[in-house]
Design a protein around this ligand. Structure first.
Ligand SMILES: [Zn+2]
Length: 282
């Protein structure tokens, strides 16, 4: 079993008890993988175009979790999901722009999309009746681009949603506000216009509460401490930027911003036709 960059380049000699494997695309060998009865997850470190026929044969396997990196096709029509696949990760695949073909993974419960090409549409996900968790995020240095989030509101089984590191310019968050069964949401408010965040906060009070519970600035460096009184600053992400405030000396600024946000939430509530909630924040 040889490795390069910590990923396996030759499956010969992999123990029969292997549960998790990280392999290069060129090393994917369904004939060997099919002899590993305990295998639960397979991460393919790097898929090149010439590896696609090997990867397509994964459809012959039964496997709960699969991760694909460097998928080099514009959509997933060449994807042959293993039987029983419940968790799929696709990351750092900048050629991937369409989810067409994902409907073949009919058992999918969790989908992780990280740092891929500009996502054209989420509508293909409507074919996945069991999908309950969707995580969409950008890379360390890049924002995930999207043509919009329309269709999310129709994924009635979706309980968990992450939107972090999204290029949110011009993105309408109404579909997120219209989601009916959301239990957990990780949305980076800084990625979107305040009016859009307000829509989501109006519909999902747990997000509004989290935004208004001002966190301490993470670092106790000169940026994080008030120059006047030395108090740890609070941070808030709104209007596409980060605000740092001293909770003592700059209370007025905090209150002004929170007031603007509260107004935007009220406006969004009216626009979306949501009932007024009894508990107003702050
Ligand atoms: Zn201060």
């Amino acid at each position: 079993m040889d490795e390069r960059d910590g990923a396996i380049i030759d499956l010969d000699g992999v123990g029969k008890g292997a549960k998790h494997l990280l392999v290069w695309g060129e090393a994917v060998d369904v004939d060997i993988l099919g002899t590993l009865p305990k295998l639960e997850s397979l991460e393919i470190y790097k898929i090149r175009s010439r590896d696609l026929p090997k990867v397509a044969r994964l459809g012959e396997l039964r496997l709960p979790a699969l991760s694909l990196r460097f998928w080099s096709e514009p959509d997933l029509s060449a994807f042959r999901p293993p039987a029983g696949l419940t968790e799929l990760t696709i990351w750092q695949s900048n050629k991937l722009v369409s989810l067409d073909g994902i409907e073949a993974a009919a058992d999918l419960e969790t989908l992780v999309l990280n740092d891929n090409g500009r996502l054209q549409s989420l509508k293909p996900l409507q074919a996945l009746a069991r999908l309950s968790a969707l995580y969409i995020s950008g890379g360390i240095w890049t924002k995930q681009e999207t043509d919009g989030l329309e269709g999310l509101e129709r994924l009635e089984g979706l309980r968990r949603l992450q939107l972090r590191g999204i290029d949110g310019r011009g993105v309408d968050l109404t579909p997120v506000a219209r989601m009916s069964n959301l239990e957990w949401l990780d949305l980076w408010a800084r990625d979107f216009a305040m009016e859009e965040v307000a829509k989501v906060a109006a519909a999902h009070p747990f997000l509004r509460k989290r935004l208004l519970d001002l966190e301490d600035y993470g670092l106790a460096d000169s940026m994080g401490l008030c120059g006047k009184c030395g108090t740890r600053k609070k941070q808030m992400f709104l209007k596409g930027r980060k605000f740092l405030w001293c909770p003592d000396c700059e209370r007025k600024g905090i209150d002004r911003l929170l007031g603007q946000f509260a107004e935007a939430v009220e406006q969004a509530r009216r626009d979306l036709g949501l009932p007024a909630s009894g508990s107003s924040p702050g």
